[in-house]
Design a protein around this ligand. Structure first.
Ligand SMILES: Cc1ncc(C[n+]2csc(CCOP(=O)(O)OP(=O)(O)O)c2C)c(N)n1
Ligand SMILES: [Mg+2]
Length: 328
């Protein structure tokens, strides 16, 4: 764990943990519901990556914008999208965040600042620039955090977005969640450079590579980037090194990942390490963390019940809110 001058209060440190547990427990339940045949969907688990959004989002307000990708439910939960709305969305219910029409890959919830989730690799970054430009033009203090994967850093839109954000000094933070694989292609086989963060130099912006499994390292890097964006200093590229424990999507057995690499990655699970650190450094007791986990388990139960007690989305909704002038 990287302790630095930016170490926040115990309350904030426990809040980061709370978000990590929320992400993990919801993720585990999605997977168990899929395995039980109760939900059918393409699900891109971010188990293993939870420290990144947890340590960033504790520093964001509801008004700050989030752009994320298909592997982004961890980002949404951390940003404050109510899990019951996510559950209902995944279950295709009319009470879902997008009335059951977005599914797992296209959730938006503007009330929590979750503006866009895209399944098109790299497509979120130009939209993040647009949101940041809007805030800048309106003289608002909000920042935009736009998340993407290591594979997306090889897409043209990544380079165009970094360039534009730098030229216009946009209040945007580019967060590359480098989980070492793009679908089944290892990072080194598809990327010309060792560190994605080094690409920031080409666009005259600060770029930093951090251990994305270390909530304190993420907190420190995000703090600097958020402060910079809020005070007119422009964009930052953060590359957070991590791993996705459950393959590209549920059903991927991960045969292409060397066993030793997989075992080492599992051993670096951010969650037990951080829990132990909180206890060892007297930020929380085991009893407090146990109680917190039990409370979140109940919240997940409530979210599941809410989703499955809600009506399925009426097929008439298919064109509503989609095409201008469609039947009301
Ligand atoms: C423009 C585009 N090209 C290809 C795909 C197919 N595709 C879906 S996910 C993915 C891998 C992206 O990897 P990365 O950016 O590292 O994100 P991760 O899934 O690892 O979080 C690809 C190639 C796509 N959805 N969009
Ligand atoms: Mg990846």
């Amino acid at each position: 764990m990287t302790e630095n001058k930016d170490l926040p209060s115990s309350n904030v440190l426990v809040d980061i943990y709370r978000k990590m547990v929320q992400i993990r427990l919801n993720d585990e339940r999605f997977i168990s519901m899929m395995k039980a045949g109760k939900m059918v969907m393409p699900y891109y688990s971010a188990r293993g990556q939870e420290a990144i959004p947890a340590a960033i989002s504790v520093q964001l307000g509801q008004d700050d914008y989030l752009v994320t990708i298909y592997r982004g439910i961890h980002d949404m939960i951390a940003k404050g999208v109510p899990p019951k709305l996510i559950w209902a969305e995944l279950a295709g219910r009319s009470t879902g965040a997008c009335k059951g029409k977005g599914g797992p890959m296209h959730i938006t919830h503007p009330k929590s600042g979750c503006m866009v989730t895209t399944g098109i690799v790299g497509a979120g970054m130009p939209i993040g620039c647009g949101l940041a430009l809007a805030s800048q033009l309106r003289g608002e203090k909000r920042v935009t955090v736009t998340n993407f994967g290591d594979g997306a850093s090889n897409i043209g839109a990544f380079h165009e977005s970094l360039n534009l954000a730098s030229v216009w000094k946009l209040p945007v933070i580019f967060v590359c969640q480098n989980n070492r694989y793009a679908e089944h292609t290892a990072f080194s086989k598809g990327t010309s450079i060792e560190r994605v963060a080094d690409r920031a130099k080409s666009y005259s912006m600060p770029g930093v590579t951090i251990d994305g499994n270390d909530p304190l390292a993420v907190y420190g890097a995000a703090k600097e980037a958020i402060d910079r964006a809020r005070t007119g200093g422009g964009p930052t590229l953060i590359e957070a090194l991590t791993f996705r424990f459950n393959g590209h999507l549920i059903g991927d057995m991960g045969e292409y990942i060397p066993k030793a690499e997989y075992q080492a990655a599992l051993a670096a699970d951010p969650y037990p390490k951080y829990r132990q650190w909180l206890v060892d450094h007297a930020h929380a007791t085991v009893a407090t963390l146990d109680a917190l986990e039990n409370q979140i388990k109940s919240e997940v139960d409530e979210a599941v019940a809410f989703a499955f007690d809600s009506p399925l989305t009426d097929p008439i909704e298919i064109t509503r809110d989609v095409f201008a002038g469609a039947a009301a």
